[in-house]
Design a binder for this molecule. Structure first.
Ligand SMILES: Cc1cc2nc3c(=O)[nH]c(=O)nc-3n(C[C@H](O)[C@H](O)[C@H](O)COP(=O)(O)OP(=O)(O)OC[C@H]3O[C@@H](n4cnc5c(N)ncnc54)[C@H](O)[C@@H]3O)c2cc1C
Length: 304
């Protein structure tokens, strides 16, 4: 174990600590170099300790959930990577209120809510991320987004201080939130749902899942939609009209099924995907004058 790993283990205890972890094993794109030091806190207290330690020592910190919206650089991530997964995924339910750990899988949360006859989260069926990651982008589908249901979020800042954010403090918008402006780690999310009919909620979830199977290239690794939909347009349609559908670079290809997905057809690197992103943007800009903004997020050491 490296010096940093020894230091973080000695200081923080609890949670899993590993060095040199290949991130392609932890991203839905199956792409990404190694994490120098990866920790998986087992509790909010553990998360606070890891952040406070990194703040004191001056180690750069990156956060990830289930890695389903991330393009991790081929060189990997230096410093401390905090991964929030099932060990931070407890769910508590009281009446119509749910408190979920940031590492809770979003689809699992939707299923649990349906089981308790609570409606509102059905649109999350088939979104493969964690509750924390979904919060950052205000994940959405089928004309709904997480912002509609979030009551409050417990966050930890760079110095390891806890605070609770509510309503406008969360700065939710289309695929955005305060987490894109400020370094904050979501630890727990409080949702307020409505009572509903479990059978109907389950049917709705099954319909959404079937629709995804029909329209998305789920047989290849991807990170979902690469670009945001510009106001008044669908990014996928613009990409198709620009003639970029099916374009490939190395192991990366603009999906033939859904042009806003870039799929890993085998052995794609982050550089392949990034190159393809630049080409697609350029083609769409030249054809339509519309500038596509990234929906996926970059992580790691990209150099210049
Ligand atoms: C097949 C497929 C379909 C998809 N469909 C949709 C869809 O319909 N709608 C949609 O919105 N998205 C969709 N996505 C994208 C993705 O699943 C969501 O954005 C998801 O919410 C990301 O969660 P994650 O845990 O994987 O986040 P990650 O990819 O791990 O991280 C994403 C970002 O969030 C940050 N982050 C993660 N956890 C935290 C935390 N606890 N605190 C602070 N920052 C954090 C990371 O630093 C990073 O910047 C799809 C992806 C795939 C692969």
């Amino acid at each position: 174990m490296g010096d940093l790993a020894r230091a973080v283990t000695a200081c923080c205890g609890g949670g899993r600590v590993r060095v040199n972890v290949p991130l392609r094993e932890y991203t839905s794109w199956r792409i990404g170099g190694p994490a120098q030091l990866m920790v998986e806190p087992a509790s909010v207290e553990g998360l606070v300790k890891f952040l406070a330690w990194a703040g004191e020592v001056g180690v750069p910190v990156t956060v990830m959930g289930r890695g389903t919206n991330l393009l991790v650089a081929d060189r990997g991530v230096s410093g401390l990577l905090i991964r929030l997964e099932k060990s931070m995924g407890q769910i508590g339910i009281q009446g119509r209120s749910i408190l979920a750990g940031a590492g809770t899988p979003l689809s699992g949360l939707a299923r649990t809510a349906a089981g308790r006859a609570l409606t509102g989260l059905a649109f999350c069926a088939g979104i493969p991320g964690s509750v924390g990651g979904a919060l950052v982008t205000n994940a959405g589908a089928h004309n709904h987004s997480l912002a509609e249901l979030v009551r409050e979020v417990t966050v930890v800042d760079r110095a390891g201080r806890l605070r609770v954010l509510r309503g406008p403090e969360l700065k939710f918008g289309y695929r955005t939130s305060i987490f894109k402006e400020e370094f904050l780690v979501a630890a727990q999310v409080g949702f307020e749902l409505e009572e509903g009919d479990p059978g109907r909620i389950r049917r709705e979830m099954a319909e959404y899942t079937a629709l995804r199977r029909q329209t998305q290239p789920l047989d290849y690794p991807s990170a979902g939609s690469v670009f945001k939909n510009p106001p008044g347009y669908y990014a996928g349609r613009l990409i198709e009209e620009a003639g970029a559908k099916g374009l490939s670079r190395g192991g990366a290809r603009v999906s033939l099924r859904h042009a806003n997905f870039i799929v890993n057809t085998g052995g794609a690197t982050a550089a392949d995907v990034w190159g393809l992103i630049q080409t697609v943007r350029e083609m769409v800009w030249r054809r339509t004058g519309v500038e596509l903004a990234l929906e996926v997020q970059l992580a790691g050491d990209w150099g210049e």
